[in-house]
Design a binder for this molecule. Structure first.
Ligand code: MLC
Length: 485
């Protein structure tokens, strides 16, 4: 089975039902399907074939959905590119994914040929609405989503139709989605949270979706009031923002909502508690996932949603907690979270070694530390790697450190995550610089090269970086140094 077989339950089976609200326009599932058919025809006419990569660098829109569905229909591999990315990040993805086409709104530095989204959208409308089928199956790659820069630059996680199907079916079952639901989605579709959870739960359940270009906390109460969502997905920063809303909206947000889900970064227990107090007893359901595995673990829909924990492994998913010696730990002991299941990606695009390194005994090594309680709840205990998560966006320090070290005024550099009330963490750079160092110049270069969430909030100059006897930078000491200020 491929994804279209499941999406057709809504696109064909519920063709006259209301499907999507975007920018005040309402679309039925039939309309969404014919837009996707026309777009698929256009991509085919322009030479895209099964297995080709299609990069899409766009904000949330109906055309984004058209392109995604068209790619799925054709067996073309969809490569979403974070809209906040700048030249250095984009050109890496462009070179690595070797796409047949790159679709964007206007010019993109680092990409020689762009297909303009407005032209594409208009041209597609002139084409016939005839279904196109590819002979993709569950093992065919559906998307490559770029993530983790442990080697300095991001790697493409190849996600198959089966990975997405396992994820969607699990969430619909465990979170009790039906066609009566109304999902308010303000997360970016270029990440798996918005795409694999948001778009797939919508299309597989046949519920109604209201899509926003992006989350804007000033407008959240109005959206809840107008759309009356039954389900809402957010990252912790979104919930912190909702807590900031005036008391007068506490009756509006969540009035019709049966489920608030949080993920992509740890939800502080305090936010869980305050949200419940402010929003009429709503208990946020925290779940755990990552690009390479989609969703792994979730607090229960029925039963206790325990603050500070991520709950139980989702159906069909095995989780082991493994210690330094590669042995499974006892209840309540800490180790690395290893994951196996139909949700786990097939590997990194063109990176055999990195793929091999990512697994042990058939389990994916998450890089997150955790423990399991006697009654089965999993609690995350920090990370093995030095990944920083800011507002739900991942930052790999190595990528920024390599850039800083390329500057001839910087001799040593380390980037660490500093706790931040709103965003969870923000990056801070600690450098050993020479006499020519010019902070304003480096800041400008960083801004030209990286997405805004990756820019260090501060650049701290030190005489030397604390290192172990083996020369490894002791990042925890840098954080203490910063916090002591
Ligand atoms: C954020 N910005 C965006 C944007 N989101 N710009 C365009 N489109 C978007 N979707 C930029 C803003 O321009 C601004 O840049 C900065 O980010 C902060 O914006 P803000 O208005 O202050 O937003 P804020 O209220 O703080 O909320 C930020 C946020 C955003 C929560 C909306 O961080 C966000 O959308 N996060 C979700 C990330 C996500 O989906 N992660 C899932 C990864 S998948 P500037 O230049 O002013 O700083 C994954 C697996 C899993 O991890 O388990 O889910």
């Amino acid at each position: 089975m491929n994804l279209m077989n499941l999406f057709d339950a809504s696109l064909v089976g519920r063709k006259d039902a209301d499907a999507l609200e975007f920018n005040g326009i309402l679309y039925t599932f039939g309309e969404i399907n014919s837009r996707a058919n026309r777009m698929a025809r256009l991509l085919k006419l322009r030479g895209l074939e099964k297995g080709d990569r299609l990069c899409v660098y766009l904000e949330n829109s109906v055309t984004f959905i058209d392109l995604y569905l068209a790619a799925i229909k054709l067996g073309v591999i969809f490569v979403p590119v974070n809209i906040l990315y700048k030249e250095r990040e984009i050109s890496h993805i462009y070179k690595d994914a070797e796409p047949k086409a790159f679709i964007a709104n206007g010019e993109v530095p680092g990409v020689p040929i762009i297909w303009d989204v407005n032209e594409i959208a208009l041209e597609a409308l002139t084409l016939p609405d005839e279904a196109i089928h590819s002979n993709t199956n569950g093992d065919s790659p559906a998307a490559i989503v770029y993530t983790s820069g442990t080697t300095g630059a991001s790697k493409g996680a190849v996600l198959t139709h089966n990975n997405f199907i396992a994820n969607g079916v699990n969430l619909i079952t465990c979170w009790q989605f039906t066609d009566k639901d109304r999902l308010l989605l303000a997360l970016p579709l270029f990440h798996v949270h918005g795409l694999a959870n948001g778009i797939h739960c919508w299309l597989m359940s046949g519920c109604k979706l209201r899509l926003q270009e992006r989350f804007e906390h000033q407008k959240a109460a109005q959206w809840f009031d107008e759309f009356k969502p039954t389900v809402f997905f957010g990252v912790p920063t979104v919930y912190v923002r909702l807590l900031d809303q005036p008391m007068s909206v506490s009756g509006v947000i969540g009035k019709n909502t049966r489920l608030f889900v949080s993920g992509s970064a740890p939800l502080p227990p305090q936010v869980f508690v305050e949200f419940k107090e402010k929003y009429n007893g709503h208990v946020i359901l925290e779940r755990y996932g990552m690009t390479e595995t989609l969703m792994n673990v979730s607090n229960p829909y029925f039963g206790e949603r325990r603050p500070g924990t991520i709950g139980f492994p989702l159906p069909g998913i095995s989780v082991k907690i493994i210690n330094h010696d590669g042995k499974e730990v006892a209840i309540g002991e800490e180790g690395e979270v290893h994951i196996k299941g139909p949700n786990v990606f097939s590997g990194y695009w063109k990176r055999e070694e990195a793929t091999k390194d990512a697994f042990v005994n058939g389990y994916f090594k998450s890089g997150d530390m955790g423990e399991i309680s006697a009654d089965g709840y999993i609690t995350l205990k920090g990370r093995k790697s030095d990944l920083i998560i800011s507002g739900g966006f991942n930052i790999y320090p190595r990528e920024i450190e390599e850039f800083l070290l390329e500057q001839n005024t910087i001799d040593e550099a380390a980037v660490v995550g500093m706790p931040h009330e709103m965003r969870g963490e923000v990056p801070v750079a600690v450098v050993v610089a020479n006499a020519e160092f010019n902070e304003a110049e480096i800041e400008q270069k960083l801004k030209d090269s990286f997405a805004s969430f990756k820019i260090p909030r501060k650049i701290i100059k030190v005489d030397k970086l604390p290192r172990t006897a083996l020369g490894k930078v002791q990042k925890h000491l840098l954080l203490q140094l910063e916090q002591a200020k």
